[in-house]
Design a protein around this ligand. Structure first.
Ligand code: NAD
Length: 517
Protein backbone atom coordinates (compact mmCIF):
# COMPACT_ATOMS: atom_id res chain seq x y z
CA UNK A 1 0.00 0.00 0.00
CA UNK A 2 1.43 3.44 -0.88
CA UNK A 3 2.32 5.77 1.94
CA UNK A 4 -0.09 8.71 2.24
CA UNK A 5 1.51 12.01 3.29
CA UNK A 6 -0.74 13.60 5.91
CA UNK A 7 -1.19 17.38 5.84
CA UNK A 8 0.46 19.05 8.87
CA UNK A 9 -2.08 20.67 11.21
CA UNK A 10 -0.58 24.18 10.97
CA UNK A 11 -0.72 23.93 7.17
CA UNK A 12 -4.46 23.15 7.47
CA UNK A 13 -5.02 26.35 9.47
CA UNK A 14 -2.97 28.27 6.93
CA UNK A 15 -4.74 26.99 3.84
CA UNK A 16 -8.13 27.62 5.43
CA UNK A 17 -7.21 31.25 5.92
CA UNK A 18 -5.78 31.53 2.36
CA UNK A 19 -9.01 30.20 0.90
CA UNK A 20 -11.09 32.61 3.00
CA UNK A 21 -9.08 35.60 1.76
CA UNK A 22 -9.23 34.50 -1.88
CA UNK A 23 -12.96 33.90 -1.63
CA UNK A 24 -13.42 37.47 -0.40
CA UNK A 25 -11.56 38.84 -3.42
CA UNK A 26 -14.47 37.60 -5.57
CA UNK A 27 -12.21 35.54 -7.84
CA UNK A 28 -14.97 33.00 -8.44
CA UNK A 29 -17.71 35.56 -9.08
CA UNK A 30 -17.28 35.45 -12.89
CA UNK A 31 -19.01 32.35 -14.28
CA UNK A 32 -16.26 32.09 -16.90
CA UNK A 33 -13.65 31.49 -14.18
CA UNK A 34 -15.85 28.88 -12.48
CA UNK A 35 -16.26 27.09 -15.82
CA UNK A 36 -12.52 27.21 -16.39
CA UNK A 37 -11.90 25.53 -13.02
CA UNK A 38 -14.65 22.95 -13.63
CA UNK A 39 -13.17 22.07 -17.01
CA UNK A 40 -9.70 21.81 -15.47
CA UNK A 41 -11.20 19.31 -13.00
CA UNK A 42 -12.58 17.29 -15.92
CA UNK A 43 -9.17 17.22 -17.63
CA UNK A 44 -7.49 16.31 -14.35
CA UNK A 45 -9.47 13.07 -14.56
CA UNK A 46 -9.44 12.55 -18.31
CA UNK A 47 -5.67 13.04 -18.68
CA UNK A 48 -4.97 10.73 -15.75
CA UNK A 49 -7.75 8.16 -16.15
CA UNK A 50 -5.28 5.26 -16.31
CA UNK A 51 -3.48 6.42 -13.20
CA UNK A 52 -6.82 6.61 -11.39
CA UNK A 53 -7.65 3.08 -12.59
CA UNK A 54 -4.32 1.89 -11.18
CA UNK A 55 -4.89 3.77 -7.92
CA UNK A 56 -8.39 2.27 -7.55
CA UNK A 57 -6.95 -1.18 -8.26
CA UNK A 58 -4.27 -0.61 -5.63
CA UNK A 59 -6.72 0.67 -2.97
CA UNK A 60 -9.71 -1.57 -3.61
CA UNK A 61 -8.48 -4.31 -5.96
CA UNK A 62 -11.07 -2.81 -8.28
CA UNK A 63 -11.34 -4.30 -11.81
CA UNK A 64 -10.67 -1.74 -14.56
CA UNK A 65 -14.14 -2.19 -15.99
CA UNK A 66 -15.81 -1.29 -12.68
CA UNK A 67 -13.60 1.75 -12.22
CA UNK A 68 -14.61 3.04 -15.66
CA UNK A 69 -18.29 2.16 -15.32
CA UNK A 70 -19.05 3.23 -11.76
CA UNK A 71 -16.42 5.84 -11.02
CA UNK A 72 -14.52 7.53 -13.86
CA UNK A 73 -17.32 7.93 -16.43
CA UNK A 74 -19.94 9.06 -13.84
CA UNK A 75 -17.40 11.55 -12.43
CA UNK A 76 -16.85 13.07 -15.89
CA UNK A 77 -20.61 13.17 -16.51
CA UNK A 78 -21.17 14.94 -13.21
CA UNK A 79 -18.49 17.52 -13.97
CA UNK A 80 -19.82 18.09 -17.49
CA UNK A 81 -23.34 18.59 -16.11
CA UNK A 82 -22.02 21.33 -13.82
CA UNK A 83 -20.05 22.89 -16.68
CA UNK A 84 -23.03 23.04 -19.03
CA UNK A 85 -25.60 23.90 -16.36
CA UNK A 86 -23.86 26.67 -14.44
CA UNK A 87 -24.78 29.57 -16.78
CA UNK A 88 -28.47 28.84 -16.34
CA UNK A 89 -28.34 27.75 -12.68
CA UNK A 90 -26.47 30.86 -11.53
CA UNK A 91 -28.88 33.34 -13.16
CA UNK A 92 -30.88 35.47 -10.71
CA UNK A 93 -34.53 34.46 -10.57
CA UNK A 94 -37.68 36.47 -10.13
CA UNK A 95 -40.26 35.06 -7.72
CA UNK A 96 -43.81 34.40 -8.96
CA UNK A 97 -45.68 37.64 -9.69
CA UNK A 98 -47.36 39.17 -6.65
CA UNK A 99 -49.45 42.32 -6.97
CA UNK A 100 -48.46 43.33 -3.43
CA UNK A 101 -44.71 43.22 -3.98
CA UNK A 102 -44.02 43.42 -7.73
CA UNK A 103 -43.24 47.13 -7.53
CA UNK A 104 -40.45 46.45 -5.01
CA UNK A 105 -38.61 44.49 -7.71
CA UNK A 106 -38.03 41.23 -5.78
CA UNK A 107 -35.14 39.06 -7.05
CA UNK A 108 -33.41 35.90 -5.83
CA UNK A 109 -29.64 35.97 -6.29
CA UNK A 110 -27.73 32.68 -6.32
CA UNK A 111 -24.73 33.37 -4.15
CA UNK A 112 -21.84 31.18 -3.08
CA UNK A 113 -21.88 30.15 0.57
CA UNK A 114 -18.14 30.77 0.93
CA UNK A 115 -15.42 28.23 1.80
CA UNK A 116 -16.80 24.71 1.99
CA UNK A 117 -15.46 21.43 3.31
CA UNK A 118 -16.10 18.12 1.55
CA UNK A 119 -15.27 14.96 3.51
CA UNK A 120 -15.47 11.87 1.33
CA UNK A 121 -15.46 8.12 2.03
CA UNK A 122 -13.33 5.30 0.66
CA UNK A 123 -15.82 3.34 -1.39
CA UNK A 124 -16.24 5.66 -4.41
CA UNK A 125 -13.32 7.93 -3.60
CA UNK A 126 -13.38 9.81 -6.93
CA UNK A 127 -17.06 10.18 -7.68
CA UNK A 128 -17.96 11.26 -4.17
CA UNK A 129 -15.15 13.83 -4.20
CA UNK A 130 -15.03 15.38 -7.65
CA UNK A 131 -18.81 15.45 -8.23
CA UNK A 132 -19.45 17.61 -5.16
CA UNK A 133 -16.37 19.76 -5.96
CA UNK A 134 -17.83 20.50 -9.41
CA UNK A 135 -21.14 21.57 -7.78
CA UNK A 136 -19.33 23.70 -5.19
CA UNK A 137 -17.20 25.44 -7.84
CA UNK A 138 -20.24 26.00 -10.07
CA UNK A 139 -21.88 27.76 -7.14
CA UNK A 140 -18.75 29.91 -6.74
CA UNK A 141 -17.29 28.43 -3.54
CA UNK A 142 -13.70 27.80 -2.50
CA UNK A 143 -13.29 24.14 -1.53
CA UNK A 144 -11.27 21.92 0.77
CA UNK A 145 -11.48 18.21 0.04
CA UNK A 146 -10.67 15.69 2.77
CA UNK A 147 -10.51 12.30 1.02
CA UNK A 148 -10.38 8.99 2.86
CA UNK A 149 -7.15 7.77 4.43
CA UNK A 150 -8.30 4.23 3.59
CA UNK A 151 -7.64 4.86 -0.13
CA UNK A 152 -4.05 6.15 0.01
CA UNK A 153 -3.35 5.74 -3.71
CA UNK A 154 -6.34 7.81 -4.85
CA UNK A 155 -5.90 10.37 -2.06
CA UNK A 156 -2.17 10.79 -2.94
CA UNK A 157 -3.08 11.24 -6.59
CA UNK A 158 -5.51 14.01 -5.64
CA UNK A 159 -2.78 15.71 -3.61
CA UNK A 160 -0.37 15.49 -6.55
CA UNK A 161 -2.77 16.55 -9.32
CA UNK A 162 -4.94 19.24 -7.71
CA UNK A 163 -2.19 21.89 -7.61
CA UNK A 164 -1.25 21.08 -11.22
CA UNK A 165 -4.75 21.55 -12.62
CA UNK A 166 -6.70 23.72 -10.17
CA UNK A 167 -6.26 27.15 -8.64
CA UNK A 168 -4.62 26.39 -5.27
CA UNK A 169 -5.98 29.62 -3.83
CA UNK A 170 -9.45 28.15 -4.29
CA UNK A 171 -9.27 24.35 -4.15
CA UNK A 172 -7.11 22.31 -1.76
CA UNK A 173 -6.75 18.74 -0.60
CA UNK A 174 -6.14 17.88 3.04
CA UNK A 175 -4.97 14.33 3.65
CA UNK A 176 -5.06 12.59 6.98
CA UNK A 177 -7.08 10.58 9.45
CA UNK A 178 -8.93 11.46 12.65
CA UNK A 179 -6.54 14.16 14.01
CA UNK A 180 -6.50 16.02 10.67
CA UNK A 181 -10.28 15.75 10.24
CA UNK A 182 -10.84 16.84 13.84
CA UNK A 183 -8.62 19.86 13.23
CA UNK A 184 -10.56 20.68 10.05
CA UNK A 185 -13.82 20.40 11.99
CA UNK A 186 -12.57 22.87 14.62
CA UNK A 187 -12.40 25.56 11.93
CA UNK A 188 -15.39 27.58 10.75
CA UNK A 189 -16.79 26.58 7.33
CA UNK A 190 -19.66 27.92 5.29
CA UNK A 191 -20.99 24.45 4.49
CA UNK A 192 -19.82 20.90 5.20
CA UNK A 193 -20.73 17.95 3.02
CA UNK A 194 -19.94 14.71 4.80
CA UNK A 195 -20.33 11.32 3.12
CA UNK A 196 -19.72 8.29 5.27
CA UNK A 197 -21.06 6.41 8.26
CA UNK A 198 -23.76 7.68 10.63
CA UNK A 199 -21.37 7.28 13.58
CA UNK A 200 -18.93 9.84 12.16
CA UNK A 201 -21.84 11.85 10.74
CA UNK A 202 -22.89 12.64 14.32
CA UNK A 203 -19.33 13.84 15.15
CA UNK A 204 -19.34 16.07 12.07
CA UNK A 205 -22.80 17.54 12.77
CA UNK A 206 -21.88 18.21 16.41
CA UNK A 207 -18.65 19.98 15.45
CA UNK A 208 -20.45 22.01 12.77
CA UNK A 209 -23.13 23.09 15.25
CA UNK A 210 -20.47 24.91 17.32
CA UNK A 211 -19.99 27.31 14.38
CA UNK A 212 -23.64 27.13 13.21
CA UNK A 213 -22.29 25.67 9.98
CA UNK A 214 -24.89 24.12 7.67
CA UNK A 215 -24.23 20.45 7.00
CA UNK A 216 -25.33 17.86 4.47
CA UNK A 217 -24.96 14.29 5.63
CA UNK A 218 -24.84 11.53 3.04
CA UNK A 219 -24.95 8.40 5.16
CA UNK A 220 -25.62 4.72 4.69
CA UNK A 221 -27.67 2.00 6.33
CA UNK A 222 -29.35 -1.23 5.36
CA UNK A 223 -31.08 -0.91 1.99
CA UNK A 224 -33.65 -3.72 1.68
CA UNK A 225 -34.98 -5.52 -1.38
CA UNK A 226 -38.55 -6.83 -1.36
CA UNK A 227 -39.32 -9.59 -3.83
CA UNK A 228 -42.69 -10.24 -5.40
CA UNK A 229 -42.79 -13.98 -6.28
CA UNK A 230 -44.42 -12.99 -9.59
CA UNK A 231 -41.45 -10.79 -10.58
CA UNK A 232 -39.16 -11.37 -13.56
CA UNK A 233 -37.03 -13.69 -11.45
CA UNK A 234 -34.05 -14.14 -13.76
CA UNK A 235 -33.66 -10.39 -14.17
CA UNK A 236 -34.13 -9.79 -10.44
CA UNK A 237 -31.48 -12.35 -9.46
CA UNK A 238 -29.02 -10.92 -11.97
CA UNK A 239 -29.43 -7.32 -10.90
CA UNK A 240 -29.46 -8.04 -7.16
CA UNK A 241 -26.34 -10.22 -7.28
CA UNK A 242 -24.57 -7.63 -9.46
CA UNK A 243 -25.50 -4.93 -6.92
CA UNK A 244 -23.81 -7.02 -4.25
CA UNK A 245 -20.63 -7.97 -6.16
CA UNK A 246 -19.85 -4.60 -7.76
CA UNK A 247 -17.07 -3.02 -5.65
CA UNK A 248 -17.40 -6.18 -3.47
CA UNK A 249 -20.62 -4.83 -1.96
CA UNK A 250 -18.92 -1.67 -0.65
CA UNK A 251 -21.63 0.56 -2.07
CA UNK A 252 -23.85 2.76 0.10
CA UNK A 253 -26.90 1.80 -2.00
CA UNK A 254 -25.98 -1.89 -2.40
CA UNK A 255 -28.89 -4.21 -1.69
CA UNK A 256 -28.18 -5.02 1.96
CA UNK A 257 -30.71 -7.82 2.49
CA UNK A 258 -33.60 -9.45 0.64
CA UNK A 259 -37.08 -10.13 1.97
CA UNK A 260 -38.87 -13.05 0.27
CA UNK A 261 -42.04 -14.98 1.11
CA UNK A 262 -40.89 -18.15 2.92
CA UNK A 263 -42.39 -20.51 0.32
CA UNK A 264 -40.48 -18.65 -2.43
CA UNK A 265 -37.06 -18.63 -0.74
CA UNK A 266 -35.69 -21.80 -2.40
CA UNK A 267 -36.80 -20.69 -5.89
CA UNK A 268 -35.09 -17.34 -5.35
CA UNK A 269 -31.89 -18.96 -4.05
CA UNK A 270 -31.84 -21.29 -7.08
CA UNK A 271 -32.09 -18.26 -9.39
CA UNK A 272 -29.17 -16.62 -7.52
CA UNK A 273 -27.11 -19.82 -7.90
CA UNK A 274 -27.69 -19.88 -11.65
CA UNK A 275 -26.76 -16.21 -11.86
CA UNK A 276 -23.61 -16.78 -9.81
CA UNK A 277 -22.55 -19.52 -12.23
CA UNK A 278 -23.18 -17.25 -15.21
CA UNK A 279 -21.12 -14.44 -13.60
CA UNK A 280 -18.18 -16.66 -12.69
CA UNK A 281 -18.38 -19.65 -15.07
CA UNK A 282 -14.76 -20.79 -14.78
CA UNK A 283 -14.11 -20.62 -11.08
CA UNK A 284 -14.67 -18.53 -7.96
CA UNK A 285 -13.87 -14.81 -8.26
CA UNK A 286 -10.79 -15.29 -6.02
CA UNK A 287 -8.91 -16.90 -8.90
CA UNK A 288 -9.62 -13.91 -11.12
CA UNK A 289 -8.07 -11.01 -9.21
CA UNK A 290 -8.82 -8.53 -12.00
CA UNK A 291 -12.52 -9.34 -12.03
CA UNK A 292 -13.57 -8.76 -8.46
CA UNK A 293 -12.81 -6.05 -5.87
CA UNK A 294 -11.25 -6.67 -2.49
CA UNK A 295 -12.27 -5.33 0.93
CA UNK A 296 -10.66 -1.96 1.60
CA UNK A 297 -8.77 -2.57 4.87
CA UNK A 298 -7.94 -5.52 7.16
CA UNK A 299 -10.26 -3.95 9.79
CA UNK A 300 -13.17 -3.82 7.34
CA UNK A 301 -12.41 -7.43 6.33
CA UNK A 302 -12.51 -8.58 9.98
CA UNK A 303 -15.78 -6.71 10.63
CA UNK A 304 -17.57 -8.38 7.71
CA UNK A 305 -16.03 -11.79 8.45
CA UNK A 306 -17.18 -11.47 12.03
CA UNK A 307 -20.76 -10.77 10.94
CA UNK A 308 -20.59 -13.83 8.68
CA UNK A 309 -19.01 -16.08 11.31
CA UNK A 310 -21.78 -15.27 13.76
CA UNK A 311 -24.76 -15.76 11.48
CA UNK A 312 -27.34 -18.37 12.43
CA UNK A 313 -28.45 -18.54 8.79
CA UNK A 314 -27.24 -21.12 6.28
CA UNK A 315 -24.67 -20.27 3.64
CA UNK A 316 -26.26 -21.03 0.26
CA UNK A 317 -23.56 -19.56 -2.02
CA UNK A 318 -19.89 -18.73 -1.42
CA UNK A 319 -18.69 -18.08 2.11
CA UNK A 320 -15.02 -18.30 1.15
CA UNK A 321 -12.65 -15.71 2.61
CA UNK A 322 -8.93 -15.00 2.63
CA UNK A 323 -7.54 -12.51 5.16
CA UNK A 324 -4.16 -12.08 3.45
CA UNK A 325 -5.76 -10.71 0.26
CA UNK A 326 -8.80 -9.16 2.05
CA UNK A 327 -10.96 -11.39 -0.15
CA UNK A 328 -14.57 -12.24 0.66
CA UNK A 329 -16.34 -14.15 -2.11
CA UNK A 330 -19.88 -13.27 -3.14
CA UNK A 331 -21.93 -14.92 -0.41
CA UNK A 332 -25.65 -15.59 -0.01
CA UNK A 333 -27.00 -16.63 3.39
CA UNK A 334 -30.55 -17.98 3.66
CA UNK A 335 -32.99 -18.36 6.56
CA UNK A 336 -31.71 -15.20 8.21
CA UNK A 337 -33.87 -13.71 10.97
CA UNK A 338 -34.26 -10.10 12.08
CA UNK A 339 -32.05 -10.59 15.16
CA UNK A 340 -29.16 -12.21 13.22
CA UNK A 341 -25.61 -10.78 13.25
CA UNK A 342 -26.05 -10.00 9.54
CA UNK A 343 -28.99 -7.76 10.41
CA UNK A 344 -27.19 -5.89 13.22
CA UNK A 345 -25.44 -3.32 11.01
CA UNK A 346 -24.97 -2.22 7.40
CA UNK A 347 -22.98 -5.09 5.84
CA UNK A 348 -21.00 -3.00 3.33
CA UNK A 349 -19.51 -6.13 1.82
CA UNK A 350 -20.41 -8.93 -0.61
CA UNK A 351 -22.67 -10.87 1.77
CA UNK A 352 -26.38 -11.04 1.00
CA UNK A 353 -28.74 -12.26 3.73
CA UNK A 354 -32.08 -13.61 2.54
CA UNK A 355 -34.78 -13.08 5.15
CA UNK A 356 -37.91 -15.19 4.63
CA UNK A 357 -41.23 -13.84 5.90
CA UNK A 358 -44.67 -15.37 6.41
CA UNK A 359 -47.89 -13.80 5.22
CA UNK A 360 -48.42 -10.99 2.77
CA UNK A 361 -46.18 -8.16 1.60
CA UNK A 362 -47.51 -6.17 4.58
CA UNK A 363 -45.21 -8.29 6.77
CA UNK A 364 -42.21 -7.24 4.67
CA UNK A 365 -43.30 -3.61 4.97
CA UNK A 366 -43.57 -3.98 8.77
CA UNK A 367 -40.06 -5.47 8.86
CA UNK A 368 -38.65 -2.48 6.96
CA UNK A 369 -40.57 0.04 9.06
CA UNK A 370 -39.27 -1.48 12.29
CA UNK A 371 -35.78 -0.30 11.25
CA UNK A 372 -34.08 3.00 10.27
CA UNK A 373 -35.28 4.64 7.05
CA UNK A 374 -32.91 3.20 4.43
CA UNK A 375 -30.95 5.12 1.81
CA UNK A 376 -32.61 3.02 -0.90
CA UNK A 377 -35.57 0.67 -0.90
CA UNK A 378 -35.79 -1.79 -3.77
CA UNK A 379 -38.78 -3.75 -5.02
CA UNK A 380 -38.75 -6.39 -7.73
CA UNK A 381 -42.26 -6.73 -9.13
CA UNK A 382 -44.21 -6.23 -12.33
CA UNK A 383 -47.37 -5.52 -10.34
CA UNK A 384 -48.26 -1.86 -9.81
CA UNK A 385 -50.33 -2.64 -6.71
CA UNK A 386 -47.42 -4.53 -5.09
CA UNK A 387 -45.02 -1.64 -5.71
CA UNK A 388 -47.59 0.85 -4.43
CA UNK A 389 -48.18 -1.22 -1.31
CA UNK A 390 -44.46 -1.05 -0.47
CA UNK A 391 -43.63 2.49 -1.52
CA UNK A 392 -46.75 4.17 -0.09
CA UNK A 393 -46.26 2.63 3.34
CA UNK A 394 -42.52 3.17 3.83
CA UNK A 395 -39.94 5.99 3.85
CA UNK A 396 -36.49 5.87 2.26
CA UNK A 397 -33.96 8.04 0.44
CA UNK A 398 -35.00 6.50 -2.88
CA UNK A 399 -37.77 4.09 -3.94
CA UNK A 400 -36.58 1.97 -6.84
CA UNK A 401 -38.44 -0.75 -8.72
CA UNK A 402 -36.68 -3.48 -10.72
CA UNK A 403 -33.23 -1.90 -10.56
CA UNK A 404 -30.40 -1.51 -8.05
CA UNK A 405 -27.43 0.79 -7.44
CA UNK A 406 -27.75 2.85 -10.65
CA UNK A 407 -30.09 5.61 -9.44
CA UNK A 408 -27.46 7.90 -7.82
CA UNK A 409 -26.01 8.37 -11.30
CA UNK A 410 -29.36 8.98 -13.01
CA UNK A 411 -29.45 12.44 -14.59
CA UNK A 412 -31.83 14.82 -12.84
CA UNK A 413 -32.57 12.66 -9.78
CA UNK A 414 -31.45 14.00 -6.39
CA UNK A 415 -29.32 11.63 -4.33
CA UNK A 416 -29.77 11.71 -0.57
CA UNK A 417 -31.17 9.96 2.46
CA UNK A 418 -33.88 10.61 4.98
CA UNK A 419 -33.72 10.28 8.77
CA UNK A 420 -30.75 8.11 9.80
CA UNK A 421 -29.65 7.67 6.17
CA UNK A 422 -28.81 11.36 6.06
CA UNK A 423 -30.12 14.77 5.07
CA UNK A 424 -29.47 17.06 2.13
CA UNK A 425 -29.08 15.89 -1.44
CA UNK A 426 -26.62 16.19 -4.27
CA UNK A 427 -25.62 15.35 -7.86
CA UNK A 428 -26.28 17.61 -10.86
CA UNK A 429 -28.15 20.81 -10.11
CA UNK A 430 -28.80 19.60 -6.54
CA UNK A 431 -25.06 19.87 -5.79
CA UNK A 432 -25.13 23.45 -7.04
CA UNK A 433 -28.17 24.14 -4.83
CA UNK A 434 -26.49 22.59 -1.78
CA UNK A 435 -23.62 25.05 -1.96
CA UNK A 436 -25.73 28.06 -2.93
CA UNK A 437 -27.30 30.70 -0.72
CA UNK A 438 -30.55 32.04 -2.14
CA UNK A 439 -30.17 35.71 -1.35
CA UNK A 440 -33.48 37.53 -1.40
CA UNK A 441 -33.33 41.05 -2.66
CA UNK A 442 -35.72 43.97 -3.18
CA UNK A 443 -35.28 47.54 -4.38
CA UNK A 444 -38.32 49.51 -3.29
CA UNK A 445 -39.19 52.84 -4.96
CA UNK A 446 -40.12 55.93 -2.90
CA UNK A 447 -43.62 56.20 -4.33
CA UNK A 448 -44.62 52.91 -2.59
CA UNK A 449 -45.20 54.94 0.58
CA UNK A 450 -48.11 56.65 -1.15
CA UNK A 451 -49.80 53.25 -0.76
CA UNK A 452 -48.02 51.76 2.26
CA UNK A 453 -47.56 54.98 4.25
CA UNK A 454 -50.15 53.76 6.78
CA UNK A 455 -47.48 51.39 8.22
CA UNK A 456 -45.66 54.24 9.95
CA UNK A 457 -46.48 55.43 13.49
CA UNK A 458 -48.42 57.02 14.96
CA UNK A 459 -50.86 54.10 14.55
CA UNK A 460 -54.41 55.42 14.24
CA UNK A 461 -57.86 54.01 13.57
CA UNK A 462 -57.20 54.85 9.93
CA UNK A 463 -54.08 52.64 9.96
CA UNK A 464 -56.09 49.80 11.47
CA UNK A 465 -58.82 50.21 8.85
CA UNK A 466 -56.13 50.05 6.15
CA UNK A 467 -54.81 46.74 7.45
CA UNK A 468 -58.35 45.35 7.36
CA UNK A 469 -58.45 46.08 3.63
CA UNK A 470 -55.30 43.95 3.31
CA UNK A 471 -56.89 40.91 4.91
CA UNK A 472 -56.22 37.71 3.01
CA UNK A 473 -59.31 36.17 1.41
CA UNK A 474 -59.40 32.47 2.15
CA UNK A 475 -61.13 29.72 0.16
CA UNK A 476 -64.65 28.87 1.47
CA UNK A 477 -64.71 27.17 4.90
CA UNK A 478 -64.77 23.35 4.39
CA UNK A 479 -67.93 21.54 5.45
CA UNK A 480 -65.85 18.60 6.74
CA UNK A 481 -62.78 16.50 5.96
CA UNK A 482 -62.49 15.36 2.33
CA UNK A 483 -63.52 11.86 1.28
CA UNK A 484 -60.54 9.50 1.34
CA UNK A 485 -59.85 9.37 -2.41
CA UNK A 486 -61.13 12.87 -3.15
CA UNK A 487 -59.33 14.56 -6.00
CA UNK A 488 -57.83 11.32 -7.28
CA UNK A 489 -59.77 10.45 -10.40
CA UNK A 490 -58.85 7.12 -11.89
CA UNK A 491 -56.95 7.46 -15.17
CA UNK A 492 -59.30 5.01 -16.88
CA UNK A 493 -62.23 7.22 -15.88
CA UNK A 494 -60.84 10.08 -18.00
CA UNK A 495 -60.19 7.75 -20.91
CA UNK A 496 -63.67 6.29 -20.62
CA UNK A 497 -65.28 9.72 -20.99
CA UNK A 498 -62.96 10.67 -23.85
CA UNK A 499 -63.77 7.46 -25.76
CA UNK A 500 -67.48 7.97 -25.04
CA UNK A 501 -67.32 11.56 -26.33
CA UNK A 502 -65.53 10.45 -29.53
CA UNK A 503 -68.06 7.64 -30.07
CA UNK A 504 -71.02 10.01 -29.61
CA UNK A 505 -69.46 12.59 -31.94
CA UNK A 506 -68.76 9.85 -34.50
CA UNK A 507 -72.33 8.54 -34.20
CA UNK A 508 -73.83 12.01 -34.66
CA UNK A 509 -71.72 12.70 -37.78
CA UNK A 510 -72.79 9.37 -39.27
CA UNK A 511 -76.45 10.11 -38.48
CA UNK A 512 -76.12 13.55 -40.14
CA UNK A 513 -74.59 11.94 -43.25
CA UNK A 514 -77.38 9.38 -43.44
CA UNK A 515 -79.97 12.12 -42.96
CA UNK A 516 -78.39 14.18 -45.79
CA UNK A 517 -78.38 11.19 -48.16
P1 NAD B 1 -16.21 6.79 7.59
O1 NAD B 1 -17.30 7.51 8.26
O2 NAD B 1 -15.42 5.80 8.37
O3 NAD B 1 -15.14 7.79 6.95
C1 NAD B 1 -15.48 8.83 6.08
C2 NAD B 1 -14.59 10.02 6.34
O4 NAD B 1 -14.70 10.41 7.70
C3 NAD B 1 -13.11 9.77 6.08
O5 NAD B 1 -12.61 10.84 5.31
C4 NAD B 1 -12.49 9.71 7.46
O6 NAD B 1 -11.19 10.22 7.49
C5 NAD B 1 -13.41 10.58 8.29
N1 NAD B 1 -13.46 10.13 9.69
C6 NAD B 1 -13.47 8.85 10.15
N2 NAD B 1 -13.56 8.83 11.49
C7 NAD B 1 -13.60 10.11 11.90
C8 NAD B 1 -13.71 10.75 13.18
N3 NAD B 1 -13.79 10.06 14.31
N4 NAD B 1 -13.74 12.10 13.22
C9 NAD B 1 -13.68 12.82 12.08
N5 NAD B 1 -13.58 12.26 10.85
C10 NAD B 1 -13.54 10.94 10.75
O7 NAD B 1 -16.92 6.15 6.36
P2 NAD B 1 -16.34 5.12 5.34
O8 NAD B 1 -16.03 3.85 6.05
O9 NAD B 1 -15.26 5.75 4.52
O10 NAD B 1 -17.63 4.93 4.42
C11 NAD B 1 -18.59 3.95 4.70
C12 NAD B 1 -19.92 4.53 5.04
O11 NAD B 1 -20.25 5.59 4.16
C13 NAD B 1 -21.04 3.51 4.87
O12 NAD B 1 -21.93 3.61 5.94
C14 NAD B 1 -21.72 3.93 3.57
O13 NAD B 1 -23.06 3.53 3.46
C15 NAD B 1 -21.57 5.42 3.66
N6 NAD B 1 -21.66 6.03 2.34
C16 NAD B 1 -22.71 6.84 2.05
C17 NAD B 1 -22.83 7.40 0.79
C18 NAD B 1 -23.98 8.30 0.43
O14 NAD B 1 -23.87 8.98 -0.57
N7 NAD B 1 -25.05 8.36 1.20
C19 NAD B 1 -21.86 7.14 -0.18
C20 NAD B 1 -20.80 6.31 0.16
C21 NAD B 1 -20.68 5.77 1.42
Amino acid sequence: MPELAYTPLDEITQLHSTLRSTFRTGKLKPIAYRKYQILQLAYLIKDNAERFEEALASDLGRPKFESRFVEINPSLTEIKTAYTGVDKWAKPEKPAFSLNFAAMRPVIYKEAKGVVLIISPFNYPMWLSVGPIAGALAAGNAVVLKPSESTPAVSSLFAELFPKYLDSDLVRVVNGAIPETTHLLDLPWDHILYTGSGRVGKIVATAAAKHLTPVSLELGGKSPVIIDPKCDLKMAAKRILWGKVVNAGQTCVAPDYVLVPREFQETFIQALKETYQSFYPADTPSSAPSAYSRIVTPQAFSRIKNLLDNTKGTIAIGGDTDASSKYIGPTVVKDVTGDDSLMSDEIFGPVLPVVPYDGTVEEAVKFVNARDHPLALYVFSQDGEFKKQVFEHTQSGAAIANEVVLHPGADGLPFGGTGPSGYGMHTGKYSFDMFTHLRSSMDSPSWIDAILGFRFPPYTDKSLAATKRLLVTLPARPSGPPAVNAGKSKWWGKWFFLVLAVAIAGGLTKRDKIAKN
